[in-house]
Design a protein around this ligand. Structure first.
Ligand code: PEP
Ligand code: MN
Length: 682
């Protein structure tokens, strides 16, 4: 009895000393953090790059030596110090990065799952060191979470993008391509799965295990070793842990994190039950707008592109990175929506868009791709050391100058022109654009034909049939009509779009239609393979920016009173947003002449072909406005090198709801196609 009391006193004494050691550790860590902040300030004032991998390796080597001398497990100490060094970097980035919230405002961060899920851990880890007040919210699905960011209900979302065991999270990639969002950070969490139960029971007593399907797939070997045990997929790991607590059944267990065990008061039966001990998940931080990071912060840049339809297209795009000595850290391909057997490529590489060399590389990549979207630059959490080949750009003095991604920056002005990406200097080769199975911009001119407006199913079907029969390539039809008078027929809107898409699909023709409002761009792009910007909207800059963000070819008609330079400036708006699939359309300009509706400026064809790499087609219908004058001008357009024609046709022009006087009857169209047919057969 007395001995027991003595033992108790001794144990209490040891525990007391342990508490003192822990307190000392915390104080030492706080002192370390103060020093780290001092170093951060020094770096911010131009003292060098924020991350110095050599310095980190030196620190680790030294602590490993010390820990050996002190009789500690070097692996344990290395792990601990990697965590400490990671936290130091986060602290410095938080003090140097862009302000995350207005003074006093709470930062709202979303993650998928419930409290204690790995995404929640990543969120707290990422936003914790910033010092600002932060609220965290679990969301049911990725989609719901990202929509909340888009609507401004969340400031940031934490989206898992890849795992070192189970690979890429394809659903996350697909959502990024569909939503116009930016990436402003990344976080890596070590996924160390634990088997959790209500109490510390023997594992052999467990009859049912719940977890997220991905977590279950990462623990296949362990789960197979359990006898008489049923494995069940559950919405998320933390939710599975909560269920164990709620159901109070000693035969049930969950696979989740150690934090989930703490949160729900569960016992850990076994740690590290995943098949691969090194199991990490990389999460990206999604925001509405891209952020600008100081060049002292080692960053990654993330983007997505589609290739042109030509041999070696992917290689040509990726070689831009090699040419600029930029090291790629991730390459992923996903099916390109609405384009079967075509792919979107997602690339991450080490580099910061604030560095002119990096933004130059992105511009060069845009010239080789058919569609490019830059998600943004953000501080890198994973750095793979590469053996350097060739010269690497010298680390230049850090700058605090705000530089946006290329799409948001004014283009470099060449000879005071409004455009650079549209110029021949930027891309010496002709751009050939694929629309459905048709090539625009190659040696064979294409014929786009159809009614001014879609009026009925029968009307658009009959036009589609004749276009197909006569060897035309694209079916046109207006759904939203820009009319001079608000009382004139305005088009049948989305009903017409359905009829147009239906007719195009039935006769195997891609369809083009005009989009007039930025809000209509997404929905119209779902149904039409080719988008048209009408002459009246050529300088509607918000509309141009919107079509620049969708993965669809765009035809820009020349404004009624626009010079060629202004027209190429309009094309530049689309290209600068990332969409490289722009076709120009000459449709007549306004002059003193009133005998024709407008004056067809055929001189624009050779001029544009010299100034720009973009294809140019000619619309003689809107230019002359009288059907019998259309065929000779159509032939002239082909003769002077146009890449195609846009012709209005109607089964009964006298009854057309718009532009009947300039619409060719089917007979006239047939005669025209007979004259130009051999030129335009693809
Ligand atoms: C059209 O093509 O339907 C049209 C309205 O043309 P534009 O914008 O050239 O007047
Ligand atoms: Mn018309």
């Amino acid at each position: 009895m007395i001995r027991d009391r003595e033992a108790d006193v001794e144990l209490n004494d040891i525990r007391h000393r342990l508490d003192e050691v822990d307190t000392a550790l915390v104080h030492v860590l706080a002192e370390r953090q103060r020093l780290v902040q001092e170093v951060g300030q020094w770096k911010a004032d131009g003292g060098g790059p924020l991350r110095d991998p050599h310095r980190e390796e030196d620190v680790l080597t030294r602590v490993v030596e010390r820990s050996r001398e002190a009789g500690l497990d070097p692996f344990f100490v290395t792990r601990l110090f990697r965590e400490i060094l990671g936290q130091s970097l986060r602290t410095q980035v938080a003090s140097l990065g862009p302000g995350r919230a207005q003074d006093g405002a709470v930062i709202r961060v979303g993650y998928q799952g419930t409290e204690g899920a790995y995404s929640d851990l990543a969120a707290r880890r990422h936003f914790g060191p910033g010092g600002a007040e932060t609220s965290y919210r679990g969301c049911e699905t990725f989609q719901e979470m990202l929509e909340d960011v888009r609507r401004g209900e969340l400031d940031y979302a934490v989206l898992p993008i890849e795992n070192t065991t189970s690979g890429s999270v394809t659903a996350a990639y697909d959502l990024l391509s569909q939503m116009d969002l930016a990436l402003v950070g990344e976080e890596v969490v070590e996924v160390d799965h634990c088997l959790l139960a209500l109490e510390d029971v023997p594992i052999s007593r467990i009859r049912r295990v719940y977890s997220h399907p991905v977590a279950l797939s990462q623990c296949g070997r362990f789960l197979n070793s359990l006898r008489d045990c049923h494995v069940e997929a559950f919405t998320d790991t933390a939710m599975a842990a909560r269920r164990i607590r709620d159901e109070q059944d000693l035969s049930q267990a969950a696979i989740a994190s150690e934090e989930a065990a703490r949160l729900y008061g569960l016992a850990i039966l076994k740690r590290g039950v995943q098949d691969q001990p090194e199991n990490y998940t990389r999460m990206v931080i999604v925001a509405r707008e891209p952020a600008v990071f100081d060049r002292a912060i080692p960053c990654k840049t993330s983007l997505m592109f589609a290739t042109r339809h030509e041999e070696g297209a992917l290689l040509r795009c990726l070689s831009v990175l090699a040419d600029h000595h930029l090291s790629m850290t991730k390459l992923e391909s996903r099916p390109r929506p609405r384009n079967p057997w075509e792919y979107l490529f997602y690339v991450d590489f080490e580099g910061n868009l604030a560095d002119p060399d990096v933004s130059e590389a992105v511009r060069a990549l845009a010239a080789r791709a058919s569609f490019l979207r830059v998600f943004g630059s953000f501080p890198a959490r994973t750095v793979v050391e590469t053996s350097q080949v060739g010269p690497r750009p010298a680390v230049s003095a850090p700058s605090r100058r705000a530089v946006g991604p290329p799409s948001q920056r004014p283009p470099v002005v060449l000879e005071k022109k409004a455009y650079t990406l549209a110029s021949r200097a930027h891309r010496p080769e002709d751009t050939v654009i694929r629309v459905g199975g048709v090539s625009v911009g190659g040696p064979r001119p294409i014929v786009i034909a159809g009614p001014c407006s879609v009026e009925s199913r029968e009307q658009i079907r009959s036009c589609a049939r004749i276009v197909k029969e006569l060897g035309g390539h694209v079916l046109r039809g207006g759904c939203f009509k820009p009319r001079t008078s608000p009382y004139a027929f305005q088009g049948l809107g989305y009903e017409a779009l359905d009829l147009l898409a239906e007719a195009g699909a039935e006769f195997g023709l891609p369809v083009i239609t005009e989009v007039m409002h930025p809000a209509d761009v997404g929905p119209v792009a779902e149904k039409a393979q080719f988008l048209q910007i009408g002459a009246r909207n050529m300088q509607n800059f918000s509309l141009l920016k919107e079509v620049g963000k969708v993965d669809r070819p765009v035809m820009i008609k020349r404004g009624l009173m626009s010079s060629i330079d202004e027209w190429l400036g309009a094309a530049e708006y689309v290209l600068a947003q990332g969409n490289q699939m722009v076709v120009l359309c000459e449709r007549g300009i306004r002059t003193f002449e009133t005998a024709t509706r407008n004056t067809l400026d055929l001189g624009a064809v050779p001029v544009v072909k010299e100034l720009s790499h973009l294809p140019i087609v000619v619309d003689p219908s809107h230019a002359v406005g009288v059907s019998r004058w259309v065929p000779p001008l159509a032939e002239a357009a082909i003769a002077c090198g146009a890449h195609g024609l846009m012709i209005e046709i109607h089964p009964d022009p006298a009854r057309a709801l718009s532009d009947g006087q300039q619409s060719l009857t089917f007979e006239m169209f047939e005669a025209l196609m007979a004259r130009i047919g051999s030129d335009s057969r693809q």
